[in-house]
Design a protein around this ligand. Structure first.
Ligand code: ADP
Ligand code: MG
Length: 463
């Protein structure tokens, strides 16, 4: 009937617009490498901020003692304590707690957010058992993982450039986030020093390096997305400080803000961006990361409901609610292996209050999830290829037997299997078999928190 023809036409158009043939992905990877160069050349030289992290030494395995970490990501934050054993002994013990951030605090004041975080931190410390003891007279030290763009001025200071991922707290922008956290910690009466401020990508890189010396880059695919890698310090023209002894510097790319004419964007992406809290920013993030994939699917479904009456004569009201379809729901539907697609049926009923769907309609929905996830995953792979190109690790060098490990983390990567499989397969496809053999993607489980604790240890005031 006309209804189905219209629906098919909309889906076909979406598929075309979301197309990521290999040639396009190579253009995206090349553009990424070009922007990396530009961002390293001068401050503000590119959409990629290429932030100098002040981490010029990654963990060696000799880190020792009790350290804390606080990981503030998108929707949750984690507090952890880690007892590091020193040379060859690794992590002796670790404990963590995870707390969700109340939505009102994501758009409130800086003090309200940091007071909440500091209070949770103080609770965590108060519940500490006897097996975690600091040497007498020694102050507790913390690594602060803060997954938003910060212009660092040292290993433990930096000002917030802007919020992303649904956060919008105006009075925090331009402030030193370590000072804000430290003041809040003081207000709770806790005696703790923030020794390291790290982006989650930098933490993941550090955590990854602790377990595998071949780790040279880290990528986060979670609520948002970002990457960090180890650069040669003399290849950073905008760095005017002393050359570090190691000759290296970890760079936080802030790749979520990448944008290129080669990115396949649709009308749905444009309207999502226009209606977002950070219009014009984070375009790469808005098409590949967990905060947005479900929302893109919802927007397409809404259009099909309006123009092809996919769910009957009226558009189901819930379908019009922005961000109601979350990426975990989308991945559950995408992964539905039952013959009657009963997970899709349940999600439609419970999340969107749409009942009595036909199998044919449910198949359309799985197809939509597949189109949107595939585009995201293939573009993420192109981003990784861009970083490998910049590192000169996208080709096999004669006579060398070099391994390159990229640490990956984030809820999207971890739980959305179709997405991560597609990303890894695409990377192999782009690299070709011979090179692909030398590149390893390693899941760095919670590396960002442990990495921050490790960096707090290597930047301890007691060293
Ligand atoms: P953050 O990025 O906020 O620091 P995580 O790395 O834990 O936190 O990622 C959480 C994000 O991962 C969620 O916002 C969601 O987008 C995505 N995610 C979590 N679980 C799933 C899932 N089962 N399927 C798909 N995406 C998921
Ligand atoms: Mg995180």
């Amino acid at each position: 009937s006309g209804r189905w023809a219209r629906a098919s036409a909309i889906i076909k158009e979406l598929e075309e617009k979301c197309g990521t043939p290999t040639g396009k992905l190579r253009q995206v990877a090349d553009a990424m490498a070009v922007e990396m160069h530009a961002g390293l050349a001068s401050e503000g030289g590119s959409k990629l901020k290429m932030i100098i992290s002040y981490v010029d030494n990654l963990p060696t395995g000799n880190e020792k003692g009790l350290f804390y970490a606080l990981d503030l990501g998108g929707t949750n934050f984690r507090v952890l304590r880690v007892q590091l054993g020193g040379k060859g002994r690794g992590i002796i013990s670790q404990e963590f707690t995870e707390v969700s951030i109340p939505e009102n605090l994501m758009v409130g004041t800086s003090d309200a957010l940091f007071d909440y975080i500091a209070a949770e931190l103080a609770k965590f410390v108060a519940k500490e058992g006897q097996d975690y003891q600091l040497p007498p007279g020694r102050q507790r030290e913390l690594g602060f993982t803060f997954s938003f763009p910060v212009l660092q001025s040292s290993i433990n200071s930096g000002t917030l450039i802007k919020w992303t991922k649904g956060f919008s707290i105006d009075d925090a922008v331009g402030q030193d986030v370590v000072a804000e956290l430290s003041k809040a910690i003081e207000r709770t009466g806790l005696d703790m020093r923030v020794s390291a401020l790290v982006n989650d990508t930098v933490g993941t890189l550090a955590g990854g390096r602790y377990v595998n010396q071949d780790v040279v880059a880290a990528v986060i695919l979670g609520t948002g997305t970002n990457a960090a890698y180890v650069e040669r310090a003399h290849a950073i023209p905008k760095w005017h400080g002393l050359l570090p002894k190691s000759g290296e510097m970890v760079v936080n790319m802030e790749w979520g803000n990448f944008k290129s004419a080669h990115l396949p964007l649709t009308e749905y992406d444009h309207s999502l961006d226009t209606e977002s809290l950070n219009r014009g920013d984070q375009i790469f993030e808005k098409i590949i990361s967990g905060m947005y994939l479900g929302e893109i699917v919802r927007r397409v479904l809404c259009r099909i409901a309006e123009e092809a009456s996919l769910f009957g004569d009226t558009v189901p009201p819930k379908l019009k609610v922005p961000f109601i379809l979350r990426t975990p729901d989308m991945s559950a539907m995408h992964h539905d292996a039952s013959s009657d697609l009963r997970v899709v049926r349940e999600k439609l009923k419970n999340v969107l209050e749409i009942s009595n769907t036909s199998l044919k309609v449910r198949k359309v929905i799985v197809e939509l999830c597949n189109i949107v996830a595939t585009r995201g995953a293939r573009l993420a792979a192109a981003g990784v290829l861009g970083v490998l190109k910049k590192l000169g690790r996208d080709a096999v060098k004669d006579g060398e037997n070099q391994k390159t490990v990229v640490a990956l983390d984030g809820g999207l990567y971890e739980h959305y299997t179709e997405y991560s499989k597609c990303m890894e397969n695409t990377l192999r496809e782009l690299l070709g078999e011979e090179v692909a053999e030398t590149i390893v993607i390693e899941h760095s489980n919670d590396g960002s928190g442990i990495g921050a604790a490790l960096l707090a240890a290597s930047h301890s005031q007691y060293l």
